[in-house]
Design a protein around this ligand. Structure first.
Ligand code: G4F
Length: 330
């Protein structure tokens, strides 16, 4: 039985990854924050799952700054694979607290690399990097060789972490990989991201629970994919014979207004009747033309996205409609 350690297991990607690894027969050890709530909504269903799965899923409350505790965990679990997904994931918030962002995202990754390197038998390690490392990119689309040019503290922190992962691979001969992820969404996305904010608001407006949606730049463009597809790619990347970095994306750009048109349109609403501009949701700098080339993922991993943009938006709207109906009824 393979053993995996997953940081950020209670988030969108972590919960899908835990499901995948358990379905493949792994023993999964999730690291959760000491101060985070006792319940972890997105993995509650796994913790309550039949006996076999429950005995293969363990949660450990460890602060990612606590190197001795991490070292002890690695020594007792002896993981085959480590998926480092945790980090401060809000680009907008990173402008408000660059120090915390770098501490958690940049230094947090470096500590994980060191802990893994100190193991007698070093595990394979995957770090979820981000398209934000490209910021104002010198080429479109971006691939694994595109120079980094971040425009946010978050992007700088991710660029540092991404380069460290490469250095541990090239100089310390560790099996370390970057999954360079473009935006990826699902019904498990947090509501602080524009996609879920839109699908939830559309559902609430349809049910008469809300009347307005305040947004920043609706012309912002991103390459938006479906989170479970990307998580499938994370696992495939660590199964390769040789470690490498890999872009996960769809290769297609959409605007925030496309989300509005599909989400509101699906509910027979005209988004322009409800959406108002609020400058607090704009960024000091926002990348343009971030769109990924997935040639390496296709060729080496036989990976491709399985869900279209339109069906992902509709799936999220339907999910939010269902949740809001239940809330309204209770
Ligand atoms: O949904 P977002 O906040 O995602 P963002 O900033 O692209 O970051 C996400 O994707 C990155 C790449 O994978 C990850 F590294 C990162 O951790 C995170 O998962 O914003 C998307 C776009 C931006 O251009 C933003 O300016 O939507 C624009 N936007 C417009 N109005 C808004 C809003 N974003 C948010 N969060 N809220 C708004 O009201």
């Amino acid at each position: 039985m393979k053993r995996a350690i997953v940081t950020g297991i209670s988030g969108q990607d972590g919960s899908y990854l835990a499901e995948l690894l358990l379905s493949l027969g792994y023993e999964v050890h999730g690291i959760v924050r000491r101060n985070s709530p006792a319940t972890h909504r997105l993995i509650d269903h796994l913790l309550a799952a039949p006996e076999l799965d429950r005995r293969r899923l363990y949660l450990h409350s460890i602060d990612l700054q606590n190197v001795p505790a991490l070292t002890d965990l690695f020594a007792s679990v002896l993981p085959d694979e480590v998926y480092h997904l945790a980090g401060q994931s809000h680009v907008g918030l990173s402008f408000g607290d660059p120090v915390a962002t770098c501490e958690f995202t940049a230094m947090g990754t470096l500590r994980m690399l060191e802990v893994a390197r100190s193991c007698k038998s070093a595990p394979r390690l995957l770090h979820t990097s981000s398209s934000e490392i490209f910021g104002a990119p010198s080429q479109v689309p971006q691939d694994e060789a595109t120079p980094h040019n971040p425009v946010s503290p978050y992007g700088v922190a991710k660029s540092f972490a991404t380069n460290m992962v490469r250095i541990y691979r090239e100089s310390f001969e560790q099996f370390t990989c970057n999954a360079i992820c473009f935006n990826h969404e699902s019904p498990r996305r947090r509501r602080t991201f524009v996609t879920r904010k839109i699908t939830q608001a559309a559902a609430r407006i349809k049910l008469g629970l809300e009347s307005k949606l305040a947004l920043g730049n609706v012309d912002a463009q991103r390459d938006w994919g479906y989170a479970p597809d990307y998580v499938r790619g994370f696992h495939a990347l660590l199964q390769q014979d040789e470690p490498t970095d890999c872009v996960f994306a769809t290769g297609r750009l959409h605007r925030v207004r496309d989300w509005l048109e599909i989400a509101f349109g699906y509910l027979d609403l005209d988004w322009e009747d409800y959406v108002v501009f609020d400058p607090q949701f704009t960024r000091k700098a926002d990348p343009a033309l971030l769109v990924g080339s997935t040639e390496r993922a296709r060729v080496r991993l036989d990976w491709s996205p399985s869900v279209s943009f339109e069906s992902m938006v509709v799936q999220m709207v339907e999910h939010d409609l269902q949740i809001q109906r239940v809330r309204r009824a209770s």
